[in-house]
Design a protein around this ligand. Sequence first.
Ligand code: HEC
Ligand code: HEC
Length: 133
Amino acid sequence: MKTRTLVILTLILCIVIGTSATMPQQDEKKQPEYKNLKVLPKKISHDDLDKVMDHYNAALGVKCNFCHVRNEQTKKLDFASDAKEEKLIARSMMKMTNKLNVKNFGEKKDQYNQAVMEVSCTTCHRGKSHPEG
Ligand code: HEC
Ligand code: HEC
């Protein structure tokens, strides 16, 4: 009886170890390599990048494809591509917004040593892609 229990326990242990060894590495998910960040910090986490992009969607009242071009072969958005003019405009808007913040609220820094966003895209856009001048 005792040997049997031991055999079963050993088997379970083997299965557990075996499964965890074949699991995909979580680290790779946590540290995605973004290919084309020119304004945002390159070491930005996946969660923080998502938050920034979600803010753009909400601030402008658009979806991701407003700025990101669709790759017709993969049928997916090519986030690294700069093919859409809106993305380029957005990048200069990011710099402009950053400047406003550094100039007026420059004392406050976040974890990436960037100025804390007092002025955000929403300040002017308020849910519209094309705000009144
Ligand atoms: C208003 C325009 C705009 C919208 C809307 C937008 N993005 Fe972006 N996105 C940008 C810009 C600009 C960059 C590049 C930032 C930089 O250069 O630092 C970027 C970069 C990215 C990147 C990094 C790509 C790389 O490898 O360099 C990802 C991923 C991404 N966006 C995903 C999304 C997702 C998902 C959404 C929708 C939830 C979204 N974006 C909505 C403008 C936008
Ligand atoms: C100080 C006010 C202000 C702030 C802050 C601001 N924008 Fe804008 N944005 C404008 C105005 C005004 C226009 C229209 C420009 C024009 O008509 O030429 C515009 C236009 C745009 C466009 C082009 C829209 C189109 O229909 O072609 C994009 C994309 C954009 N903004 C993204 C952003 C993003 C992303 C942020 C935050 C990082 C941001 N803006 C912050 C004022 C602002």
